[in-house]
Write a protein that binds this ligand. Sequence first.
Ligand code: FES
Ligand code: MG
Length: 577
Amino acid sequence: SKATTNKTTTKRPKAASGMRKGLTAYGDPGFSLFLRKAFIKAAGFSDDALDRPIIGITDTSSDYNPCHGNVRALVEAVKRGVMLSGGLPFAFPTVSIHESFSNPTSMFLRNLMAMDTEEMVRAQPMDAVVLIGGCDKTVPAQLMGAASADVPAIQLITGPMLVGHYKGEVLGACTDCRRLWAMHRAGKIDEAEIEAVSQRLAPTVGTCMVMGTASTMGCIVEALGMALPHTGTIPATHADRIRAAEASGREAVKLAASGRKPRDVMTQASLRNAMVVLQAIGGSTNAVVHLAAVAGRLGLSWDLDELDRIGREVPVLLDLKPAGSNYMEHFHWSGGVPRLLKELKDHLDLDAPTVTGERLGDWAERAEEVPGQTIIRSLGQPLKKTGAHAVLRGSLAPGGAVIKAAAATPKLMVHTGRAVVFEDVEDMTNRIDDPDLDVTADDILVMRNAGPKGHPGMPEAGLLPIPKKLAQQGVTDMIRISDARMSGTAYGTIVLHVTPEAAEGSPLALVRSGDRISLDVPNRRVDLLVSEAELAERRKSWRKPKHMRQRQRGYRKLYLDHVTQADKGCDFDFLEK
Ligand code: FES
Ligand code: MG
């Protein structure tokens, strides 16, 4: 890997503040330092060790987080890199979030992890920090925290899993989890077989290896210049991943000496580059929310319509599931993000800064050519003619909504249909498979109260299942509209992140079954065909969801009082710059 070419240096880096950083506690800096050293010597450090630049490392390992199952090994390798470059590494724990083990949702906890990361990076003495993250919400949380802590930071991704195999078929978590489960629902796969498959879908530690949110964010941190080139895509279990960790440790010592902060790396130009890459990789819709939050932390402008304009110019180039048919390891061995950047050079600002002090363009220029590779398509022969995401507006979503056009059914892109409304996730779950549900394939399924405040935590429930009776007739896609999010590994004609959300009393809150809704993706419209007068009448009897009328406590109260809407990134309002 390109990430491993640093030369060895045994010289002690100078101008380090090390243990002296942030000595404010006792009004006597000398005593504070004396105390600090006295305590840390309990762990057996020498003065020589302590008198060096200190590199913090976030240890996000957790038995609940198999996507981070290699973190302990990565921490060891980062430490080696730091020490080989003359620094002193200090690993420390932060919140760790796995998609499947976070109730009510991982998104509910993302801001908690961002706050934890920010405060612990700022509170403890460190001259730079290596942020080890991978599973969907962890990397956004770390970028948000790093942006606000304003300490030199480099991101290290845990890396994607290897692919799964079942009866000669290659399986991907969790695009195929959804496909196979849908087949099970339709009665095509029995209980025993779905059990057998569950052991093959996620065959190694690491993150989902399709172009889901974790893979998307792995690519985006490279595009933002926040991680070493190629390190977003190396499989979690490969030796190169360990070497990338060592290289990131070395780089962190250089970064500490340079004093380059996250806000020096993540500029308005880098943010736009990230939008270009997001469109070209066919990335997860979740990244749209996460990038908005990172922009908010940095005080950069975030323009959904700019993302839409980019999507009209920049096609999907990557042939990865769910938009295409391959996996992250194939992307990696085809040249990875630098090779993609090279293809996109006319759409990018190649002078954007990176964590190493090089320009982003330097990474693109060094990109490897892999003869015969077909994973990274050329601009002339893209996988899809337009970008992954379109931003919709209209009377149903005055603040915007997002559709992953690359994963949608072309014939549904312009469609007017009758709404079949579900009040919330629970109502949907209870009624979707009811044989008496009044629904046809031409209808539009609408679910509300699954937004940032509504559920709360904006669950990935936007991929409403096809009603069982329709699925059994062979219907595989329908228009589905909600204020929820959707897993990046999913596909279908799904309108997400409807803003404002229903829990705020928006037009989405007022739709009734039988209303007509018009979706027009080419013209970027989603409209509720009901008169303003009728909506005003309905608004009179609207009430907030129950949990928003009840007394809340703790983090849940903080969350409900301060979470912003999807177009602002669902951060807490008081954390924006
Ligand atoms: Fe962690 Fe998919 S569940 S990346
Ligand atoms: Mg996901």
